[in-house]
Ligand binder design. Structure first.
Ligand SMILES: Cc1cc2nc3c(=O)[nH]c(=O)nc-3n(C[C@H](O)[C@H](O)[C@H](O)COP(=O)(O)OP(=O)(O)OC[C@H]3O[C@@H](n4cnc5c(N)ncnc54)[C@H](O)[C@@H]3O)c2cc1C
Ligand SMILES: NC(=O)c1ccc[n+]([C@@H]2O[C@H](COP(=O)([O-])OP(=O)(O)OC[C@H]3O[C@@H](n4cnc5c(N)ncnc54)[C@H](O)[C@@H]3O)[C@@H](O)[C@H]2O)c1
Length: 469
């Protein structure tokens, strides 16, 4: 059902149909619900994030494998890349899911009303004490409880925003009508690393511009250093290169100028310099919520904001901008909504072993503490760095760059972190995540199970066995 402009009252309002859209299940059938979504149903991950990017990455991996096939005695070549066909494959699958998700909520959920509009808090209603939510379309909804799941948006550095040069973000770069010949990517984090791989492997000349001395510098320094070295052989990587000016060239291209006096010309520009949580666009001051210093909606371990009855989850409030974390937080908040704000047995967010992967080339996966963080926290640690090339599957791959680094507490053998760079990293790290989540020590994990021989996880087994506990 879709409501005409006016005032409605609901038990629960949900801001954002990304992870927020998963809150109402059959246990909420007797709850009147308003969902506010100004953009696409399914949110960032489904439409412009995790899922489409990985579909492009898969195509890029195939192309890269063909290009690297010579070392196995196979003469494969990338004869052509049909970019429009790749785009059509990806969005031919995703767009109908978005439409289906929206249609399900609008037409088939009796207790749910969808407002396709930006919404803000407008204080509390004098009479009922409910939260007053005001949409850009002029609707007013009074809600007893609210879940804020409003996500984050691309940060655009001022030098680009004020220059007037055309640029892309993850929101539109995957729908370019054709592959650019030269793509400049500003930023050196997850999004930059993944799109650099996609476009480069598919034939674009890619430049990655980092303002600091290495790529992916939030990661363990051994991994970031090694990745920066490998990436520099694949792409035009500009380190220590803050952009001081951007301008459009007469041929439609873009020129970026750097602090050291150098410059770079490209056909297109992709900005990938971080994502700002959307809490600053929600009128939260009207209900007495101040954002954290880093711009997030503050929540306690159960997802409760300082405003009674208002919960938050996902990128808008989480210390992690990751979909599996947003999903976890959604399940916690969902359960707690059912239990009630004051329940003694509220579920809590669990951030003990949060993993992440960067689907670039080579892949990267990480869980737990970096070596520097473990030392800074005062742990007495033992560290083992094992090369992929040390195990049989690494020989099969002729691998010279892959590495698995594990960090454990000396004495107890507690696993504190693992960091992998190389083929299948996002998959072969999973047993370490499991061990950390269930409290297995390094020795228990290494010797308490079989490791399939000669599969790539043997690199993890060997790293564990190499620790000097
Ligand atoms: C390019 C890219 C690749 C990524 N890849 C991965 C990956 O491989 N793995 C991974 O774990 N994570 C990945 N992420 C991160 C992941 O996408 C996010 O962590 C996740 O989508 C956050 O979910 P969310 O529900 O908090 O927010 P979102 O999915 O962003 O949902 C928020 C929704 O709220 C809506 N909204 C916001 N404000 C308002 C308002 N005032 N009124 C109405 N509607 C509003 C927005 O339109 C949006 O649809 C990626 C992100 C990007 C950008
Ligand atoms: N595979 C995944 O899980 C995945 C993939 C993509 C995105 N994400 C999530 O989305 C988040 C956002 O991705 P992202 O890559 O935009 O952010 P990021 O935080 O990973 O990286 C941002 C980078 O931009 C740089 N930067 C910031 N301002 C700059 C400026 N003015 N000039 C030049 N460089 C600047 C930073 O130094 C940093 O290296 C990630 O942190 C991650 O949580 C996850």
């Amino acid at each position: 059902m879709t409501l005409q402009a006016g005032t409605a009252q609901v038990d629960l309002a949900i801001i954002g149909a990304g992870s927020g859209n998963s809150v109402p299940d059959e246990r909420f059938d007797a709850t009147s619900i308003a969902i506010f979504e100004e953009g696409l149903f399914g949110g960032t991950c489904m439409n412009v994030g995790c899922i489409p990017t990985k579909m492009f990455v898969y195509a890029a991996d195939i192309a890269a494998a063909a290009r690297e096939s010579g070392k196995y005695g196979v003469d494969a070549r990338v004869e052509a890349v049909d970019w429009p066909a790749i785009v059509a494959r990806v969005f031919g699958r995703i767009d109908p899911i978005e439409a289906g998700g929206r249609e399900y909520r609008v037409d088939r959920c009796e207790n749910v009303t969808v407002y396709a509009s930006h919404v803000v808090f407008d204080g509390r209603d004098d009479e009922t004490g409910r939260y007053r939510l005001l949409t850009a379309d002029g609707d007013v909804v009074l809600a007893t409880e609210v879940v804020i799941a409003a996500g984050a948006r691309s940060d655009i550095p001022e030098v680009i925003a004020t220059s007037g040069v055309p640029f892309h973000t993850n929101a539109d770069v995957m729908r370019l009508p054709e592959l650019p010949k030269r793509l400049a990517i500003l930023g050196s984090g997850y999004i930059a690393a993944e799109f650099a791989h996609v476009f480069s492997a598919l034939g674009t000349q890619v430049s990655v511009i980092a303002r600091g001395p290495k790529l992916l510098r939030a990661l363990d320094s051994d991994i970031a250093d090694r990745f920066t070295d490998v990436a520099s052989t694949l792409w035009d990587v500009r380190l220590d290169s803050p952009v001081t000016a951007a301008s459009q060239l007469p041929d439609g291209g873009i020129r970026l100028e750097f602090a050291d006096g150098g410059s770079l010309d490209a056909d297109s520009l992709l900005v990938a310099t971080g994502r700002t949580p959307n809490g600053d666009l929600l009128g939260l001051e009207s209900i007495g919520i101040d954002l954290t210093d880093d711009g997030r909606v503050p929540v306690d371990a159960h997802g409760r904001t300082p405003a009674r009855g208002v919960w938050a989850l996902g990128d808008v409030s989480s210390p992690y901008q990751l979909k599996h974390v947003a999903n976890h937080e959604q399940r916690v908040v969902q359960g707690n909504l059912l239990k009630g704000w004051d329940a003694a047995d509220l579920d809590a967010f669990d951030y003990r072993a949060v993993p992440a992967a960067v689907f670039t080339h080579p892949q990267i996966a990480t869980v737990g503490l970096t070596e520097d963080a473990a030392r800074a926290q005062g742990f007495d640690i033992t560290v083992k760095v094992q090369n992929y090339g040390d195990v049989a599957y690494g020989w099969a791959m002729e691998d010279t760059v892959g590495v698995c680094k594990v960090i454990a507490e000396r004495g107890t053998g507690r696993i504190l972190g693992a960091h992998l760079l190389g083929a299948q990293a996002s998959s072969i790290i999973q047993p370490v995540i499991q061990a950390m989540s269930f409290g297995l020590t390094a020795h228990e994990m290494a010797r308490g199970q079989y490791w399939i021989h000669p599969a790539l996880p043997e690199v993890v087994e060997n790293a564990l066995l190499g620790l000097d506990i």
